[in-house]
Ligand binder design. Structure first.
Ligand SMILES: [Ca+2]
Ligand SMILES: [Ca+2]
Ligand SMILES: [Ca+2]
Length: 324
């Protein structure tokens, strides 16, 4: 979703994809055969509630422009809103790693769904999707793109979701792209328990058809999608991740935080730089504590659930914890 370019929506009605390839895959939300899952579907049993965010570039071929900056980490948590604004923009090659109240398991059919904020069925920004059961070893859903690769889809260009599979962002806002862990069984991924998925990694597809910058599907085809997109909201815009099959009887992990929270140096952050900030929010979103040191004393907080957020340059971490 390119918030700054709403006025261009009026052109959509007279555009159409001028090259149609095989169109092998599921059609748009509302069409017969679609796999789109509505954000209010009763099949969704839980939503991501933790995130590690690494913003990508406004334009990876011109890094001096800086990073995408629309939205915040928390906009990717809890139920998707299905609007244009409650999202976090990843930018070229941006990455978000989401965590969940309960581990995800390979149940019947689709197991989780990723929500983006496209305003139309044919303005589509894609992301790779990987899963992990330890936060270290990840396996990617094998993406396929049959979109033509001869003409660059520009920053506001259109495409057809029937040409892609196993890429998040197939469907317009309010409709999630579903993923079935069963598809990964045949890959026999090492060190990954497909019935105990704890982390999902979302990686922006860089839509350039120039191999110097672009990204490829599982069959070696470069993936053509809107690029460059030098907007604050450039790249994949994550609204939320909903879960269809999770491990029941699992109690939400209550981190035993009671006094001092120390940020380990092996976090992605360069603590020597001293330009990061730690914030503690309560459930209403109010900031209750703040620190620019690598530790924060939470002794005076009442018992309850809080969010800890660390901001550092183009990165944000947000975790939910229980104060004793
Ligand atoms: Ca499944
Ligand atoms: Ca992209
Ligand atoms: Ca959201």
């Amino acid at each position: 979703m390119k918030v700054k370019n709403f006025k261009l929506i009026v052109f959509i009605g007279i555009w159409f994809p001028f090259i149609n390839f095989a169109q092998s895959f599921a059609p748009a939300a509302g069409d017969i055969g679609t796999t789109a899952i509505h954000k209010d579907s009763s099949t969704l049993v839980s939503w991501a509630n933790g995130i590690e965010l690494h913003r990508g570039y406004l334009n990876i071929s011109n890094k001096s422009l800086g990073f995408a900056n629309f939205g915040h980490a928390e906009n990717a948590l809890n139920q998707a809103e299905g609007n244009s604004f409650d999202v976090v923009s990843l930018g070229d090659s941006g990455v978000a790693i989401l965590t969940f109240p309960n581990p995800i398991k390979n149940g019947n059919g689709f197991d989780f769904a990723v929500f983006e904020n496209s305003f139309a069925d044919d303005y589509l920004e894609y992301a790779f999707v990987e899963v992990s059961s330890d936060g270290i070893n990840f396996v990617r859903f094998p993406p396929i793109s049959e979109t033509q690769t001869s003409t660059q889809i520009d920053g506001l260009g259109l495409s057809d979701c029937r040409n892609v599979n196993n890429l998040a962002g197939k469907y317009r806002q309010g409709f999630g792209t579903p993923f079935d862990l069963e598809e990964l069984v045949a890959l026999n991924p090492q060190n990954i328990d497909l019935d105990n998925i704890t982390h999902i990694k979302i990686i922006d597809v860089i839509g350039s058809i120039n191999a110097q910058f672009g990204t490829f599907d599982s069959q070696g085809n470069i993936i053509n999608e809107p690029w460059p997109s030098e907007f604050d909201s450039g790249g994949f815009d994550l609204d939320g991740i909903g879960v269809l099959n999770h491990v029941v009887g699992f109690e939400e992990k209550k981190n035993p935080f009671s006094n001092l929270i120390k940020i380990e140096e092996n976090l992605i952050f360069n603590l020597t730089d001293n330009k990061f900030v730690i914030k503690i929010y309560d459930l209403t979103g109010k900031i209750t504590l703040e620190s620019i040191e690598n530790q924060i004393n939470i002794q005076r907080l009442n018992s309850g659930i809080y969010f800890l957020k660390i901001e550092f340059q183009n990165q944000e971490n947000l975790i939910r914890f229980f104060k004793k």
